[in-house]
Design a protein around this ligand. Structure first.
Ligand SMILES: C[S@@+](CC[C@H](N)C(=O)[O-])C[C@H]1O[C@@H](n2cnc3c(N)ncnc32)[C@H](O)[C@@H]1O
Length: 220
């Protein structure tokens, strides 16, 4: 009986559309808002400084693929540091909006479900505060496709201190923090094999708990 009463998962695209439509991650008066994690200057500035310093440290500019680009307040600041920048999101209206607002010759937007669709080619995937909203089944599907990139810059909102990684959730607005868990791609059931792991930056959100934690994984 209990099993029948379990919450039914919405398809992820519909869930993400509803989040933007109902402004469930808040609002700042713009049409699309990806949450304070994408806008708070205490979180944005150190993240951008850290990722741009990594990109600038490479011998040449590379192609960056931003998976789950959201309202592009973050991505727009990284574009100048890439040879080509491909920004992807599951919400079509958001991608149409971004296409109209952010126009540069080496920037393109694509509407894809990164768990189901083929991912664009590139050198570095940036996945910032996306997996934290997804079920383990979807994360597994995404992880299997990340090895096409040399570099992965991954940002997750995790508990401070020790925690049980990767407790499962239903994809949507919430994250594992309320279960005292968070996504760790190196742990089961994902077991990402990285040649090198580098800690880039960990930041404390002004409101709320935990850490916004960014790692660089070198995958090939
Ligand atoms: C919290 S926002 C983060 C946005 C951006 N990365 C940032 O840090 O500002 C998460 C984004 O991931 C997108 N997303 C979630 N699941 C996705 C999927 N399966 N495929 C593509 N995008 C997805 C959502 O639509 C949303 O725009």
């Amino acid at each position: 009986m209990k099993a029948l009463q379990k919450k039914k998962a919405w398809p992820t695209r519909a869930a993400m559309q509803q989040i933007y439509h109902k402004q469930l991650w808040g609002t700042n008066g713009t049409t699309f808002y990806s949450g304070s994690g994408s806008h708070d200057s205490n979180l944005v500035a150190p993240y951008i400084a850290s990722v741009t310093s990594f990109l600038a440290s490479l011998e040449e500019k590379i192609t960056v693929v931003d998976l789950g680009c959201g309202d592009f307040n973050i991505g727009s600041r990284l574009v100048p540091f890439a040879k080509n920048y491909i920004a992807v999101d599951i919400v079509e209206e958001l991608i149409d909006h971004n296409r109209a607002v952010f126009q540069l010759p080496h920037l393109q937007f694509r509407c894809l479900d990164i768990a189901k669709d083929e991912l664009p080619k590139g050198d570095c995937a940036i996945v910032r505060q996306v997996l934290q909203h997804l079920s383990n089944a979807e994360i597994k599907a995404i992880v299997s496709k990340l090895y096409r990139y040399k570099y992965l810059v991954i940002t997750e909102h995790i508990p401070k201190g020790a925690f049980i990684p990767n407790l499962d959730i239903i994809s949507g607005q919430g994250i594992r923090l309320k279960k005292q868990s968070g996504v760790d791609l190196l742990s089961p059931p994902f077991n990402v094999k990285a040649k090198e792991t580098r800690h880039l930056v960990s930041l404390v959100p002004p409101k709320g708990n935990g850490l916004i934690h960014t790692m660089l994984y070198i995958l090939e």
